[in-house]
Design a protein around this ligand. Structure first.
Ligand code: GFB
Length: 445
């Protein structure tokens, strides 16, 4: 599940390992171990079937995330993987990041729509992503690679023993798998697994790696210990950001431009129901993120309150800091009054029962409710983006504590040039004593 480590201050992640020590530990561990579930990583590239990369050949980094993790946490993991690929490329190696198709997400519960094997182009502008780091869709990888085979899967895990002596130390070692593997060997000796719903995909080898540290901790392992052409890091959320909210983080984040068809739907909705346009609200957007540098405070935003009200699993998962519906509506009303806003746009994952109650308490709220055709077309992920886009353009925004859905809205507003005071706000639990507000992360250009 999502862990707060995401937002651990960078200073906390100060590395205490040296690269030579890392190599030695990886080497010794690898030499000593015969993994329980897969071949030894060193031997992986030497099997008859696995092609061996020659120096400077193109290599592919694939990844996947723990199944229960949601859409916006996954967007965060993308930033970490992009950073790792940048590190590999800085060292002169031709790595390409393969975008893991979207699907089977726990929160995407709309019935009767096909929600697996969704390419990134359905949600994001690929040309924008590519202007940051070389990326390809999974199906392009299959075509380029000559088939649905991944040479090496590394299943990332923590260390069974936890932190030694209570001291944080960055390290990575090949270790026996702690949890039961989600891969099984078929008769031909290949590994089957989820692989984003591509049943024909196989892995040639699967190995567990204990990793504790930032994403680029994997660079030497990938570059020097493994010569396979395609390597997939499973449970990639185990790795932390190289430098949370630094320039590289923001470059990647800024490159995650929403797909144009979704932005258009959001813009049309703003114009039609919220009287909000970019010209009037000073939220001019440049398609080319490398040229987008709005002055902080320059965006005015539409004359409405934008709300992200996370419910469902958050109601019991965050009892302390998530308000009751009554409490949330009281806060919305007071914000509307304070900021002289006569409209409120609510993005929420509330279930039908809660929605009914919310409508009763706040009959004048505005929501984006897709038609069946639009839902089929945009999927739950596209609807989430449209909700986020509309919240991002509000004059004042309030979100939900520790929700990455709200965090991504904060970032979108930062990119658009809103005054941080109008962005970094969250609801407080009804009985929360110290209601700390979200941290302002300033863009580093
Ligand atoms: C408990 C944790 O919750 C974390 O959720 P959290 O950070 O809020 O945010 P997400 O990672 O986005 O996961 C929540 C998902 O719920 C849906 N959702 C939530 N709020 C809205 C909304 O206002 N509008 C629409 N259209 N959809 C919404 C959407 O599919 C979204 O991706 C997960 O990332 C973790 O993996 C874990 O499950």
């Amino acid at each position: 599940m999502a862990h707060r480590a995401l937002h651990i201050p960078v200073i906390f992640l100060t590395s205490t390992y040296s690269f030579s020590a890392l190599f030695l530990s990886v080497f010794l561990a690898v030499a000593a171990l015969e993994t329980v579930n897969g071949d030894n990583v060193f031997s992986a590239s030497q099997t008859a079937t696995a092609p061996v990369a020659v120096a400077r050949d193109l290599r592919y980094l694939l990844y996947d995330v723990n199944p229960p993790e949601g859409f916006n946490l996954r967007r965060d993991v993308y930033i970490r993987m992009a950073s790792l690929v940048k590190t590999l490329r800085k060292e002169g190696h031709d790595w390409v990041l393969v975008l893991p198709p979207w699907g089977r997400l726990y929160h995407w519960q709309s019935p009767n729509i096909h929600q697996i094997r969704i390419p990134w182009g359905a949600f994001f502008s690929l040309t924008s992503l590519q202007a940051n780091v070389p990326v390809i869709e999974y199906e392009e990888f299959v075509a380029e690679n000559g088939g649905p085979f991944i040479d090496q899967v590394l299943v990332l895990q923590n260390y069974a023993e936890g932190w030694t002596d209570g001291k944080w130390e960055e390290k990575v070692d090949e270790r026996p798998c702690i949890e039961k593997l989600m891969y099984s060997k078929d008769k031909q000796g290949y590994y089957r697994g989820w692989f984003w719903g591509y049943e024909e995909t196989r892995a040639r080898n699967v190995t567990c790696i204990s990793a504790q540290g930032h994403a680029s901790i994997m660079a030497p392992v990938l570059q020097r210990n493994i010569t396979a052409i395609s390597v997939m890091l499973d449970r990639a959320e185990t790795l932390l950001h190289d430098h949370y909210a630094g320039k590289d983080y923001w470059d990647t984040r800024r490159s995650m431009v929403f797909a144009k068809h979704l932005r258009i739907i959001g813009d049309d909705f703003r114009a039609k129901y919220l009287n909000s346009t970019d010209d009037r609200d000073h939220t001019i957007y440049s398609e080319d993120w490398t040229r987008m540098k709005a002055k902080p405070g320059s965006a005015k935003g539409g004359s409405y309150l934008g709300v992200h009200l996370r419910r469902k699993d958050f109601i019991w998962g965050h009892r302390e800091d998530v308000p009751s519906l009554k409490g949330a509506v009281k806060k919305m009303r007071s914000l509307m009054k304070k900021h002289k806003l006569d409209k409120v746009f609510v993005a929420t994952d509330a279930d039908d029962e809660e929605l009914k109650e919310l409508k009763r308490l706040l009959p004048d709220m505005v929501r984006y409710e897709p038609s069946a055709e639009d839902l089929e077309l945009f999927k739950d992920g596209g609807v989430a983006i449209i909700d986020q886009w509309i919240c991002a353009h509000a004059r004042f925004f309030i979100g939900t504590s520790v929700s990455t859905f709200s965090f991504r809205i904060h970032e979108e507003r930062e990119i658009l040039g809103f005054d941080p005071k109008t962005t970094y706000n969250r609801f407080c639990g009804d009985n929360e004593k110290e209601c700390e507000q979200p941290t302002h992360w300033k863009i580093v250009y």
